[in-house]
Design a protein. Structure first.
Length: 491
């Protein structure tokens, strides 16, 4: 590579976001509203933001500005520029750019510092290995006190791996300088989270600690956690933002509630935090959480990052890693990237100029280990995907339970019409059809999930399940949020 591609990774945000809200209450100079969707929820107004409130008036609609002053779960408190008690509110939106997150600010600062001094890049072995692999690289010395053991000879595991999965785990366990950065390509249904779980148990068995398992999304992190539980491994902690968890997604974490540390706990006293961590050696979080000042101060202090495993790595731009390698590069021993560049691209790739993921670094991509057997799709679907996307290298599980050639059905909803809903789209007739299918599957005690391209449609479907007193928890997903999940039936 001729030069680092960092500058274009810094993402912009939309200039106006319309919020889906209900239960609007206005009294005096205060408005209280309840957000319906996490994706377009209200946030405390940033320095360059204001809330735009469209109001119905006797002579037609007019606009009032305001500030979102506090958020508690779904409930937002807004201070409008004039009292709106008794007025009909048409819409509420936020105008302007969000304040930078800690991760975004750190990325900008470290990127500018690295670009201003080539020595900083070349003295960091991890950045050097990515951008200047032909130069002499001096990684932090391996810790001899803990020798890696191969997966085959590790302590008994609850996972049964195929040959490509075993090879991937052993590459992740390798301690040589050439494999300090390991790339694993996992097409859909090939067991990426199983590989992560097997690696984690084997690394711990070899005496390693400071293992951090991270991903771009909260849902991907939760999936890793549930896989660890399914292998009867419970000695880990999951860090989650209160903004994501409280009043929005607590239902996703009920099975792993005892392992959760929420962000409002990060500021607790040293002794309390030490007790919460309970001498664990494995931590799960989103990748941006690594740069949270309270995580740096109160958690990484107790559990320094020695091994970093990044799931969904094909969706993460290279610039995201710059502050991570800058802050933790002196102690890091191993970095494993797991993902699939044939699926979702790096976030914002369609709106920014060609940002790269780690999978698009040629010398790293050429050494990627492929998980070559998928267990999710029926073979008749998997074989088509293999030929069309994976150059025929993706095998299908011959024991797949769905053998009928008609494993996929298309239902034409004649009167269905898409309609705008806030900043999204929904189709009521298609929702009704899907709910009928869901009712049939539930009555037959079959496991199913519902997938839709639009978050507004997902919310409408989930509300429909609740209205009909059907199972709704962990049932409805957007296409992006369902990535990495499995269901016997999908509609």
């Amino acid at each position: 590579m001729s030069h680092p591609r960092w500058g274009s990774d810094i993402q912009s945000v939309v200039s106006e976001l319309t919020h889906s809200v209900n239960n609007i209450q206005a009294s005096g100079n205060t408005m209280v509203v309840t957000a319906e969707r996490y994706q377009n929820r209200l946030r405390v107004s940033g320095a360059d933001q204001h809330v735009r409130i469209k109001v119905e008036g006797p002579e037609g609609p007019f606009t009032v500005t305001g500030q979102a002053t506090s958020i508690t779960g779904r409930v937002a408190r807004i201070t409008p520029s004039i009292p709106l008690e008794g007025k009909e509110i048409i819409s509420i939106s936020t105008v302007g750019q969000d304040d930078s997150t800690h991760a975004e600010a750190s990325q900008v600062t470290t990127t500018l510092a690295a670009l201003s001094s080539q020595d900083q890049i070349q003295k960091n072995p991890w950045l050097q290995f990515i951008y200047y692999p032909n130069q002499s690289i001096n990684f932090p010395p391996s810790r001899k006190s803990s020798q890696y053991i191969s997966y085959q000879t590790s302590q008994k595991s609850h996972l049964s791996l195929n040959s490509s999965q075993t090879h991937a785990v052993n590459t992740m366990l390798s301690n040589t300088d050439n494999s300090r950065i390991t790339i694993i390509q996992g097409p859909p249904g090939t067991g990426k989270t199983s590989v992560i779980a097997a690696f984690t148990s084997s690394a711990l068995a070899s005496g390693r600690s400071g293992i951090w398992l991270v991903a771009q999304s909260n849902v991907a992190v939760k999936n890793i956690a549930e896989k660890l539980v399914s292998t009867d491994f419970h000695d880990w902690k999951l860090l989650v933002s209160k903004d994501f968890h409280f009043d929005w997604h607590e239902h996703l974490y009920t099975k792993i509630a005892n392992n959760i540390i929420r962000s409002d706990d990060f500021i607790k006293p040293y002794a309390t935090m030490r007790a919460l961590l309970n001498n664990c050696h494995v931590v799960l979080s989103t990748i941006n959480m690594l740069l949270n000042p309270q995580v740096l101060k109160n958690i990484i202090k107790h559990i320094p990052i020695s091994i970093l495993v990044v799931d969904e790595a094909s969706q993460i731009t290279l610039g995201t890693y710059t502050p991570i390698f800058t802050k933790f590069g002196g102690r890091l021993q191993k970095v494993c990237f797991i993902g699939d560049d044939k699926q979702l691209p790096p976030h914002s790739q369609d709106s920014r100029e060609d940002p790269l993921s780690i999978f698009e670094v040629p010398h790293l991509r050429s050494s990627a280990k492929l998980l070559d057997t998928q267990y999710r799709m029926p073979p008749q679907v998997g074989d088509f995907i293999s030929k069309a996307v994976y150059e025929g290298q993706l095998n299908s599980n011959p024991q797949h339970p769905i053998v009928n050639t008609t494993s996929c059905y298309f239902i034409d909803v004649v009167n269905g019409q898409e309609m705008a809903n806030g900043d999204g789209w929904m189709n009521i007739e298609e929702c009704n059809t899907v709910l009928q299918i869901a009712h049939k599957l539930q009555s037959e005690d079959k496991k199913y999930r519902i997938i839709t391209p639009y978050s507004a449609q997902r919310s409408e479907l989930e509300n429909g399940l609740k209205t009909k007193n059907m199972e709704w928890n962990d049932k409805c997903f957007t296409v992006d949020s369902f990535q990495g999940l499995f269901s016997t039936f999908a509609t």
